[in-house]
Ligand binder design. Structure first.
Ligand SMILES: C[S@@+](CC[C@H](N)C(=O)[O-])C[C@H]1O[C@@H](n2cnc3c(N)ncnc32)[C@H](O)[C@@H]1O
Length: 279
């Protein structure tokens, strides 16, 4: 239905058929994030869900961009510095500037990347983008059921689980509830081969009113998910793994480079950390 008006009167990106299971009666995390990033794949219902978010922190766009910037640095580190050649990107989101496989392939064209998301719009766009790729694929799965990711035949085809690999969980775990997040993180860690890496970025509650306001805007403003967690809560995501320098830190303090904003207005609202499984 390329270019065809949907039930809200919006149009999908030309060339991509939106699957029938797309639910336009509720905002989607992926489409809301795309809107905040300045992308094109969102509908009226998604834009409306951002009203409370922009009202709470008008610079929310900087948070999304800083997160993408971190994703670039972390991916480059995994491939260039840690020497990994296989990556599973959980909650990959709609394709945008600087996708993980593109960053990885700047270092080594043979790095294999599996994108995972539970949003059918992401799957449709991802598959369209990747149709010519033989080192990168995308599957639809829910990370609250980690077996559905790691036992997926397409994942097994791309990832050699006898060799170290990286799991990226960028800006996804805060969309899991408190009851869901630790079991999911534990199950992911259990699946890591020794020598594998886990990197995650998350909304941070560093005891700041803005974090509490934003959390309320995410939870009550239509989207319904978006937990801001404390340092202590976030550290538990890495239980049993060896944290790499500089540890769990504000996102922009994680291996900043010349493209990392030094004066981000949302510096204290998101965290990042990378860890390795050593035994
Ligand atoms: C905010 S976006 C992050 C995109 C990208 N990882 C980044 O950091 O730029 C979160 C993504 O996670 C996906 N997601 C949320 N909950 C999920 C779940 N339980 N299983 C799989 N994907 C999920 C959403 O559909 C969305 O595309």
């Amino acid at each position: 239905m390329a270019g065809r008006a949907d039930k809200t009167g919006n149009r999908g990106r030309a060339g991509v058929t939106l699957p029938p299971e797309v639910d336009l009666s509720r905002p989607s995390i992926a489409r809301v994030y795309d809107f905040i990033l300045g992308g094109k794949e969102h509908f009226e219902i998604d834009r409306r869900a951002t009203d409370a978010i922009f009202a709470a922190v008008p610079q929310i766009g900087s948070l999304a961009r800083d997160n993408r910037n971190l994703l670039r640095r972390a991916t480059r580190y995994l491939v260039r510095d840690a020497g990994l050649r296989q990556i599973i990107d959980l909650g990959s989101g709609l394709p945008t500037l600087g996708n993980v496989h593109e960053i990885a392939h700047e270092v080594d064209r043979d790095v294999r990347v599996v994108y995972v998301d539970n949003d059918p719009v992401v799957l449709a766009h991802g598959r369209a983008l990747l149709s010519q790729e033989n080192t990168t694929t995308m599957i639809m799965a829910d990370i609250r059921e980690p077996d559905s990711v790691f036992d997926n035949p397409a994942v097994k085809e791309f990832i050699d689980f006898d060799e170290p690999f990286a799991v990226i969980a960028a800006s996804i775990l805060h969309h899991l509830t408190d009851a869901e997040v630790l079991p999911a993180a534990a199950a992911i860690r259990n699946r890591l081969t020794v020598g594998s890496y886990l990197v995650t970025t998350n909304f941070l509650d560093d005891d700041e009113d803005r974090a509490k306001d934003l959390e309320k805007a995410f939870l009550d403003g239509g989207l319904g998910t978006g937990r801001f967690r404390t340092w202590e809560e976030l550290r538990r995501l890495f239980d049993g793994l060896e944290m790499l320098e500089p540890g769990l830190v504000y996102g922009n303090d994680w291996h900043p480079d010349e493209l990392t904003p030094a004066d981000s207005p949302v510096h204290t609202l998101f965290s990042a950390g990378m860890a390795r499984k050593v035994s």
